[in-house]
Design a protein around this ligand. Structure first.
Ligand code: BMA
Length: 340
């Protein structure tokens, strides 16, 4: 095994369970999944596809909460152990830079990423169709919405956790207004989070395996490692009973992250447990966040399960990076800069 390290802070209070002896594969589930069950809070029927981050010795989360009228909104939550969550009954109230209310009509699939001293929330909002919403906070009390970064239709906005060559970098998946039956991952840069350019193609759907044949989309914020940016993402296949969402992994070049170094041919997690196979939408694993410890290389992955629950899974940077390299497929044009 190659020695691989996370380039990042130590975080020794994250949840952890050792890999079961008979487990095959680089990612294993928390034994008490799901960590968020149905009807977790009054007025909220389901929480899934949500993001968490460390904050002042505790953990904070931005949760996709499906309210009892069926509309999704973003709710704040807190936890001491990153497993048991207290989620607020009221949705987050966003303001604009002048302090005026600037509430999204709906919000789903949030990512929460700290860059320097600010936390950014990126989510899917309504901007005359599905598009990316963007907001910042430093204290989780005031949430200031910034300009919508991209035109509709676009989903799965994922900010990198640091600037690269002086620019913010965002992954996204341009799409259509419905249940997009296509889609690749692209990357865009911005000096100020307002003006975006240097658009690049990162990764195509497809590949040798069929599990990501229909579309792919970014997941948690990429993790910086000594082998490149570790990117977890979701890949979708179409069956006669609908879509199936699995989790995949790839390594992107550190300085030019639109270049894919290695892409794992196999899924690293696919719906197998009852809470992944059966729910509001069956057969969905949708990763949105990780917590990781730079000292031990432990990684905790948070994923939405069956559009109904939140699940937790574990890996280590050595285990997952070596698995990607050992099982990589030819990435062809994805290795290019992605300008054409
Ligand atoms: C996608 C998004 C996700 C959802 C998935 C499966 O289009 O809407 O929020 O988890 O479909 O239903």
């Amino acid at each position: 095994m190659n020695q691989v390290k996370i380039i990042g802070e130590s975080l020794n209070n994250i949840p952890w369970q050792v890999k079961p002896k008979d487990h095959y594969g680089p990612v294993w589930r928390h034994t008490e999944n799901p960590v968020i069950n149905r009807n977790p809070v009054r007025g909220i029927s389901r929480i899934f596809n949500s993001a968490v981050a460390p904050y002042n010795g505790k953990f904070v989360g931005i949760f996709r909460a499906e309210t009892i009228n069926g509309r999704p909104h973003l709710h704040l939550g807190w936890s001491n152990d990153a497993l048991n969550w207290e989620i607020e009954e009221k949705a987050i109230e966003f303001i604009d830079k002048k302090g005026k209310p600037y509430q999204p009509r709906y919000g789903y699939d949030p990512r929460l990423v700290k860059v320097e001293d600010t936390f950014y929330i990126i989510w899917c909002t309504d901007f005359h169709g599905a598009a990316l919403g963007l907001a910042e906070t430093k204290d989780f009390k005031s949430f200031v919405r910034l300009e919508n970064p991209f035109l509709p239709f676009n989903r799965n906005g994922v900010l990198f956790p640091r600037k690269i060559k002086g620019n913010f970098v965002m992954l996204s998946r341009p799409s259509d207004s419905g249940h997009t039956p296509f889609g690749d991952v692209f990357l865009s840069e911005s000096p100020d989070l307002k003006y975006w350019g240097n658009h690049r193609h990162v990764m195509s759907k497809g590949g040798k395996g069929w599990w990501q044949a229909l579309k792919i989309g970014g997941g948690p914020a990429p993790i910086e490692t000594t082998e490149g940016w570790l990117m977890f993402y979701h890949g979708v296949t179409r069956t006669c009973n609908g879509y199936v969402y699995s989790m995949g992994a790839a390594l992107l070049d550190i300085d030019e992250p639109s270049r894919v170094k290695y892409r794992c041919e196999n899924f690293i997690l696919t719906p197998e447990e009852w809470y992944e196979e059966k729910g509001f939408v069956d057969n969905v694993i949708f990763p949105c966040a990780t917590l990781q410890d730079g000292d031990t290389g432990r990684i905790v992955i948070y994923y939405g399960a069956a559009d109904t629950y939140v699940g937790v899974a574990y890996t280590t940077v050595e285990e997952i990076v070596n698995y990607i390299i050992e099982n990589h497929e030819s990435v062809g044009e994805d290795r290019d800069l992605g300008r054409i």
